[in-house]
Ligand binder design. Structure first.
Ligand SMILES: [Mg+2]
Ligand SMILES: [Zn+2]
Length: 170
């Protein structure tokens, strides 16, 4: 049976700059290493997914549609770089006080993808810039690492997403 391995990526602060409730596609800005990192991860055979908390929707700051506009732009930008688009996006639009099941650090958005796409959990990673991302991975039973912000000694840390991708090449 073919191994289906995936990287689940946080969006804000991991792929693009965290603009604190980003809602306008014009304000989207990539980290310098993002495309190179994604390219390397795809070359290594990983499917790429985005798993993002967007509580700005639940808080009434912006509509879910503006999240989708940003995600369409991400797909266009990947294609423009001759990369495969992201396989799928999971968005938790709820505010923390809604007590939903999906908001990270819950592992639900990840486990749903593992089931839906029949992925091999032992070969999957969750990568984000916050401790809640790594905890979501742990709660989903997969490996996790934190990039960009050194928040916890409990998880592997990489200065950039590219550093993480390079570590898998070894
Ligand atoms: Mg983040
Ligand atoms: Zn939710």
């Amino acid at each position: 049976m073919k191994t289906r391995k995936a990287i689940f990526l946080d969006r804000d602060g991991t792929l693009i700059l965290d603009k604190n409730y980003l809602s306008r596609v014009e304000d989207m800005e990539y980290f310098p290493d993002t495309m190179k990192a994604l390219q390397l991860l795809q070359q290594l055979g990983f499917e790429l997914f985005i798993v993002t908390n967007q509580s700005g929707v639940g808080r009434g700051y912006f509509a879910l549609e503006s999240v989708y506009v940003i995600h369409r732009q991400l797909q266009n930008d990947l294609r423009a770089q001759k990369l495969s688009p992201f396989k799928d996006f999971a968005v938790c639009p709820h505010s923390p006080d809604e007590g939903c099941e999906c908001r990270k650090p819950s592992g639900k958005m990840i486990t749903d993808f593992i089931e839906k796409y029949n992925l091999s959990a032992e070969h999957c990673w969750m990568i984000g810039d916050k401790l809640i991302d790594a905890e979501a991975g742990k709660n989903a039973g997969i490996k996790s690492a934190i990039v960009r912000h050194h928040e916890s000694k409990d998880f592997p840390y990489f200065k950039t997403l590219l550093d993480f991708a390079l570590s898998l090449k070894k």
